[in-house]
Design a protein around this ligand. Structure first.
Ligand SMILES: [Zn+2]
Length: 292
């Protein structure tokens, strides 16, 4: 099997696990197999993983809470620190990945042993003085990176929007789904493929930060119903269905999926520090009541 095919199979499988759960665990990465053969997708302790069977790096771990957080530049590129500050060693295979434009996997750590994968990403630069690689989280950013230094304001804006979509939104979703056990807070639906991380303070609001306390794990229908004020969630965590919807008569989705949710208490994260913000819920619940 060609090396590029191995990478494609790995990324396809990882994408499936990720979409099912909203994140991947260290076990998913360590116990992975291709054709029944063990094929680890991360190193036990290091951030850069170079499997023996591949000419270049397969995955890199980024820890946003680490004291040397990888710098996210406003041209969309990530500055990824060399392993242990050495020039060679495991870093050498990152250079091969750059020379070959090999697709690699960026694993953002969102909790101990829990990661959100972004793939494919590309190594597009190597700064031996600062001991950092430059990583592009998308093909088009890799192309933009060829003109580092002459990125226009328009391209910068485009790059930032892309990083948000490729990196920050999935990270938010992963954090929220993990906190809610990959279940809809309203109806308990447990299919990650059908779950979103809903913002409480909306994304565009100044307080609309992508943090767990501003999120709710909701299935697609309850997310849309929440955003359209068909469904409200009070600051004491009670579900309220709008009067006009309660008065309607229609099929089973309306009856079981929405009307019967009225009065339920939402499921909450176990950790107190991850509970949804009461201020945020209150803000949204007032909007819900006003639209009624
Ligand atoms: Zn639901």
């Amino acid at each position: 099997m060609k090396q590029i095919e191995i990478r494609e199979i790995i990324m396809r499988d990882l994408e499936m696990i990720f979409s099912r759960k909203g994140f991947v665990t260290r076990e998913d990465l360590s116990d992975y197999k291709i054709d029944g053969q063990p094929f680890k997708l991360v190193d036990q302790s290091r951030g850069i993983w170079n499997p023996q069977f591949l000419d270049s790096t397969l995955s890199i771990i980024s820890d946003p809470n680490s004291h040397y957080r990888d710098n996210h530049r406003d041209d969309g590129l990530i500055e990824y620190a060399y392993q242990k500050g050495n020039i060679e060693g495991v870093n050498a295979k990152m250079r091969v990945a750059m020379a070959n434009a090999d697709p690699i996997i960026l694993l953002t750590k969102i909790a101990p042993g829990i990661f959100v994968p972004t793939m494919p990403v590309y190594v597009v630069g190597d700064d031996m003085n600062k001991k950092r690689f430059l990583v592009a989280v998308d093909e088009s950013l890799a192309v933009l990176a060829q003109n580092i230094g002459s990125v226009s304001p328009f391209q910068r804006k485009y790059a930032q929007a892309l990083v948000k979509r490729r990196l920050h939104q999935p990270e938010f979703r992963g954090r929220v789904l993990r906190a809610y056990g990959t279940k809809c807070a309203v109806c308990s639906l447990a299919h990650g493929e059908l779950l979103d991380a809903a913002h409480i303070f909306p994304d565009a609001h100044p307080d609309g930060h992508p943090v767990i306390t501003n999120g709710l794990a909701l299935c697609k229908i309850h997310h849309s119903a929440y955003d359209k004020n068909f469904l409200g969630i009070s600051p004491d965590y009670k579900v309220k269905i709008s009067e006009r919807l309660l008065a309607e008569v229609d099929g089973p989705m309306l009856k079981h999926g929405l009307q019967e949710m009225n009065g339920r208490t939402i499921a909450l994260p176990e950790s107190k520090s991850e509970l949804p913000s009461k201020i945020g819920l209150d803000f949204r619940f007032k909007q819900f009541e006003e639209s009624a």
